[in-house]
Design a protein around this ligand. Structure first.
Ligand SMILES: *Cc1c(COP(=O)(O)O)cnc(C)c1O
Length: 401
């Protein structure tokens, strides 16, 4: 590293989020490139056998093999950790790989997890179907009912897991209180921060131990790549790195580079998503054929006060119930012309989906009722298109009901 580069690196230690999002973690190659380089290489060469031995023993910290470390991936890890206010981070092949790796590295058979009921459906499936097979126990609780969290704790409880705000009805977890309960029973609080990203919410500031991301969503922001990340303290991240090096669900250098470009505009996009979503939620609430709107930025939402403390804004995802049945909800969705009918979210393109028959279709009727996923519920992940065009699209839906 040149002296100027070392000085720049030093200056970033005190930098604010908008600067970190654009510059943190970047070290230039000998070519002096201004934009971050991609290193699409599976392995790295050594100068001599002695040098190779030093790399393998760890005396020399350079790269060996991209399942271990890769410069582009490392830059992404450092940048996201800086944005979340974390000591360290590790990137994974997807958001699910981040959750898998965290649990595999930090838990063992016989341990118990308390998890909020309304997490991402695949997360629920991972806990029940796969971790269950290896003797990990899990209790699902209501995200907002703190007594349920307390009462679920057992002698072998080691980890609390939640998402806030929740998908799709935007319930908000009290992170400060949850982290206190977790600490008092020797458990780690792990927060899936997909919906807010560090641009809107930093769970570590409220006492969480680890933050998980599906980078596939807002970190990329344009629906191009799969990826994930975990950030937190060195002691935990190094355990997770150990699991990844052995088991292999690492992030590709190309994807890391796309996510780096995504992070550069993250705050601008999240603010714009939030602005569009709040305006859309407010407008939908006043439409005669809409029964109810769920968005934590609305005065009518019970989570608004808490979200206002924990979050800078309310994010891009809202959901609403139409006045009608499942068939009416389907007709609404099918009549839209701008929205993409897809289960993904966190994209500049607005996406619309019917949770009861897609993302939450695997739940039992009872579980769906508990999660308030009614047949007339529609989820909208509001993108960055012109608001009036999106409203016109909603009118197409309402007229078709
Ligand atoms: C999509 C998503 C995941 C899983 O991430 P993948 O990148 O699809 O593996 C986890 N949590 C939340 C909240 C998600 O939306």
């Amino acid at each position: 590293m040149s002296q100027r580069e070392k000085d720049q690196y030093q200056a970033l230690k005190d930098a604010k989020m908008d600067t970190l999002a654009i510059r943190a973690g970047h070290t230039r190659s000998a070519e002096g490139e201004h934009s971050e380089a991609i290193y699409p290489t599976s392995s790295f060469v050594f100068e001599s056998s002695e040098h190779a031995a030093a790399r393998f023993s760890g005396d020399d910290e350079g790269n060996v093999y991209s399942r271990y470390t890769n410069p582009t991936v490392r830059t992404f890890e450092e940048r996201l950790a800086a944005l979340e206010g974390a000591e360290a981070g590790v990137a994974t092949a997807s958001g699910m790989a981040a959750i898998l790796s965290t649990c595999m590295a930090l838990l063992k058979a016989g341990d118990h997890v308390v998890c909020s009921r309304n997490v991402f459906g695949t997360t629920t499936n991972l806990f029940l179907k796969y971790f269950g097979k290896f003797g990990l126990e899990v209790t699902f609780v209501d995200l907002t009912n703190l007594d349920e969290w307390k009462n679920a704790v057992r002698d072998n409880t080691r980890l609390f897991f939640c998402e806030t705000p929740s998908n799709p009805i935007g319930e908000v977890a009290n992170l400060k209180v949850l982290s206190t309960i977790a600490k008092s029973c020797g458990s780690l609080l792990v927060v899936d921060n997909c919906f807010c990203t560090p641009a809107l919410q930093r769970p570590l500031d409220f006492g969480a131990d680890l933050v998980i991301h599906s980078a596939t969503k807002y970190l990329d922001g344009q629906g191009r790549c799969m990826g994930g990340c975990v950030v937190g303290r060195h002691e935990h991240i190094s355990e997770i790195v150990g699991f990844l090096r052995t088991c292999g669900p690492t992030m590709s250098p190309f994807n890391a580079w796309v996510f780096l470009k995504g992070l550069e505009t993250l705050r601008l996009r999240m603010d714009a998503h939030s602005e569009n979503a709040l305006a859309m939620a407010t407008w939908l609430e006043n439409q005669g054929s809409i029964e109810k709107v769920y968005y934590s930025g609305l005065d009518s939402h019970p989570g608004k006060a808490l979200a206002s403390v924990q979050q800078r804004a309310f994010g891009g995802v809202l959901s609403f119930c139409v006045k009608g049945d499942r068939a009416a909800a389907w007709r609404f969705i099918d009549a839209t012309r701008i929205c993409s009918l897809t289960a993904n979210l966190g994209d500049v393109k607005t996406t619309i989906v019917h949770p009861a028959t897609t993302t939450h279709g695997r739940l039992s009727d009872e579980q769906r009722a508990e999660a308030k996923i009614t047949d007339n519920l529609i989820r909208l992940a509001v993108g960055l298109e012109d608001l009036s065009d999106l409203q016109t699209d909603m009118i197409r839906g309402m007229e078709a009901m």
